[in-house]
Design a protein around this ligand. Structure first.
Ligand code: GDP
Length: 176
């Protein structure tokens, strides 16, 4: 099992769709309204592998998020990796820090994914990457040291992330 968390509107459903739409048996819904994903969505990719789409967090979501998501994440022993999505345009926000602290506290192995990289200039993107990389290296324990930078629009970085997920879940056939 891998799961995806991030602020509402960070591009979570778009990314999940970009990553898994080639795989059989996957139906990915994309929410029209920001913050629409209120409950956890589970879907199977192939036979052995489940993706969990966590509700987005945002202005009012933290309490719901805490109740539902924390409980889930804490108890899930077969959870291979948590992907924490950060919007490359705005960088890490306060609410992201809450999610980061949660991952650290529960000692979850997690990976930060920068989304919507087609929206920012190379310079801005580089600045965000360096800042977040520094944060990860100095302030976190459980975070994978390498960031993934992706765009669901241009598909930049999608293949690499797909390979990474296939690798950690032992589903290498997913990469074709
Ligand atoms: P969610 O609330 O996190 O599931 O976010 P969505 O996937 O619904 O995306 C929120 C908005 O961001 C939508 O208007 C998407 O079209 C847009 N979006 C998502 N991914 C990208 C991306 O990689 N590039 C650009 N330019 N827009 C994106």
């Amino acid at each position: 099992i891998v799961c995806f968390i991030g602020r509402s509107n960070v591009g979570k459903s778009s990314l999940i769709k970009a990553l898994f739409s080639l795989a059989p048996d996957v139906e990915v819904r994309i929410s029209k309204t920001p913050g629409h994903t209120k409950k956890m969505n589970f879907f199977k990719v192939g036979k052995h592998f489940t993706v969990v789409d966590m509700p987005g967090y945002g202005y009012r979501a933290p309490e719901d998020f805490a109740d539902m998501v924390e409980t889930y994440l804490k108890e899930r022993s077969n959870l291979k990796r948590t992907f924490l999505l950060v919007d490359s345009v705005v960088g890490i926000q306060k609410t992201d820090n809450i999610a980061i602290e949660m991952c650290e506290e529960f000692a979850l192995p997690y990976v930060i994914v920068l989304t919507k990289i087609d929206k920012s200039s190379k310079g801005h993107l580089l600045k965000q990457v360096l800042e977040i990389q520094k944060f990860v290296n100095t302030k976190t324990q459980g975070c994978f040291p390498q960031l993934f930078a992706v765009s669901a629009v241009t598909f930049s970085g999608i293949h690499l992330l797909r390979c990474f997920i296939a690798n950690i879940t032992g589903n290498l056939y997913l990469t074709n």
